[in-house]
Write a protein that binds this ligand. Structure first.
Ligand code: SF4
Length: 345
């Protein structure tokens, strides 16, 4: 069985090179080619033909090709559907900020977490992405953009901590000296609340930014929209978030989706404020994008501002997620579902 070169750390590529009787520096050449986005070993033109043939017998480069792309005329946001080697499609989003481009990566095809407001979970989990497929999204989009991407949010389809080992390997790959060289502090991982994995991440000591998708403050209501709350309750989750912040000295972001009539009452804002008051935290309010398969609605601006004001009075930094690419936007996972449904027809 062939092994994916993109899923290999630098020392592993060095071992491959030495085992095939080549000089060590060939590993650097291979790694540079991978970072530039070659899609086949044949494109590694500085390697001898003989060495390329030997490599191809046992190794390959996983496919992460652009299948469909939408670009916002308003702010340059790009939404990509990336095709994998087995024909599965995943969403990757590129956002253009003042401090440079930022990419939102997927970690799974589909998701099994079942959050009621999310299109990615409608058909459940199909499979985990390999480390090479996670980094491959970044390499493909960077090549298409023609510019370095220095900030990563892992917030696309899938629960990153449900694919923990591949996620950790991806973090090592993306940080490698001869690869993309992304600083850990430029990476944010968002979880719906897998408490043991938050602790495991903390113990690993990789200084990434943690974001927790909270979305509800009352246990029974959170269980209704996020089934994971039945396994790890809100108290354990907040405790894990606060512990992470205390140990790492990094501010934890709490994502809170505002859904009209479901999560947007001022009473809930007060409860949220009391829960996080005094901790090293930031609340990011996300007025939700409607999903065709669900009946949730976005609250109006006045309602959003009133919610934010309550939290600011608790002295908690509170932002409202700026809507990027509103002309191409849709809920997370919606583009994938639309294209799959279109292609079925
Ligand atoms: S919000 Fe995230 S964790 Fe929840 S179902 Fe969607 S992709 Fe999965």
């Amino acid at each position: 069985m062939c092994v994916d070169l993109r899923s290999m750390e630098y020392y592993e590529v060095e071992e491959v090179v030495l085992n095939l009787g080549e000089k060590k520096y060939r590993a650097k050449q291979i790694y540079n080619f991978l970072a530039k986005g070659v899609s086949s070993i044949d494109e590694m033109y500085t390697l001898s033909k003989d060495f390329r043939e030997k490599l191809k017998e046992r190794y390959y480069i996983c496919k992460t090709d652009i299948y469909h792309k939408l670009e916002s005329n308003l702010d340059g946001t790009r939404k990509y559907l990336i095709e994998l080697g087995d024909g599965n499609l995943i969403e990757t989003v590129l956002m253009i900020y003042k401090n440079g481009p930022s990419i939102c990566l997927s970690t799974q095809v589909g998701c099994r977490m079942g959050c009621k407001f999310c299109a990615s979970t409608v058909d459940g989990l199909v499979r985990n992405l390999t480390p090479g497929e996670i980094i491959g999204q970044m390499i493909t989009v960077q090549k298409d953009l023609g510019e370095r991407i220095a900030n990563i949010v892992i917030m696309g389809s899938g629960e990153p901590f449900d694919n923990f080992d591949n996620l950790v390997k991806f973090l090592k790959l993306v940080h490698e000296d001869y690869g993309l060289q992304i600083g850990y502090r430029h990476i944010t991982i968002s979880t719906c609340g897998l408490v043991p994995k938050i602790r495991e991440m903390e113990k690993l000591g990789i200084p990434i930014n943690l974001a927790i998708s909270l979305h509800q403050v009352e246990q029974n209501k959170r269980e209704e929209i996020m089934p994971i709350a039945k396994v790890y309750d809100i108290e354990e989750l907040i405790e894990a978030g606060k512990h992470y912040a205390n140990v790492t000295k990094r501010r934890v972001t709490y994502e809170y989706a505002l859904i009209e009539g479901v999560t947007d009452s001022l009473e809930e804002a007060h409860k949220l404020g009391s829960l996080l008051k005094g901790s090293l935290s930031l609340i990011n309010l996300i007025p939700i994008n409607p999903i065709k398969e669900k009946s949730f609605k976005k609250p109006n601006l006045k309602r959003v501002q009133a919610f934010q004001k309550v939290l600011l009075n608790y002295h908690i930094i509170t932002t409202v997620r700026r809507e990027l690419g509103s002309d191409i936007n849709g809920a997370c996972g919606q583009l994938r579902r639309d294209v799959i449904n279109r292609d079925k027809r």
